[in-house]
Design a protein around this ligand. Sequence first.
Ligand SMILES: [Fe+2]
Ligand SMILES: [Fe+2]
Length: 278
Amino acid sequence: MRDSERRTLRYKIENLNNLPTIPAVLKKIIKLLENPKTSLSDIGNFVTSDPALTTKVLKMVNSPVYGFPGRISSVSQALVLLGLNVTKGLLLGVSVFELMHKTMTGLWEHSLACAICSKVIAKDLNLKDPEEVSIAGLLHDIGKVALALEVPEYYQGLMEEAKKKRIPLFQVEDEHFSFTHAQAGGWMTRKWNFPRTLVDVIEYHHSPSLSKVVPDHCAVVHVADVIVKARGFGYAGDFTVPPVNPAIWEKLQLNEEKILHILKRLDEDLAESEGTFE
Ligand SMILES: [Fe+2]
Ligand SMILES: [Fe+2]
């Protein structure tokens, strides 16, 4: 891809909400997120004014993606528990769900499994914000949605190339675009004024040692992504299981016993969430 084409594609990715195929509710959500003055109560009012969105938000907060004890029945209660950063991510998560389904079969399942696995690992490691790590896991591949929407045939071709050559999709993206879905996701979410902690994980989930903002979160989502691919949950556009960066194994100190425990919890939580998001 020539430099000028690359710049144009970046511009389109950063202005994804100009696409006619973006649902009206998602356009409104992006506008709301972009405004730095948006507060938790603005988001609460927005969600409760839309019954379909309210149902989706409540389903998500009561799913194993979060794992709060007891049922949460009101949006305002949920948002207070989650805080502004996680709420912003959650809002985007529930609204890109249908787009994920449409653009790449299996991407939603991959993302959901990655969210749950990230939460399980974060809890195992006693990280401070397991809900935030979970939502970062849910959104980590959002750049793929942008690419699949902006250059659908071209991106389909890249997935076929990855399959034929048995190499990771991000490697094929890099060869063609000189950037990957991880960078694309970083560009668009930064443009939307997304919390830096989430942008960082989206941007560095394939190169976690480059993270400056939340290296722990990046390391967890990087490992969770590999685990869910190895276990065959969902489909993320290729059939490879990239190796975990050795420094990251070391950093997280995951031994065999811990991994077996994580896999068991992942299976249980996924079974529990089955059918929740259809
Ligand atoms: Fe990825
Ligand atoms: Fe992924």
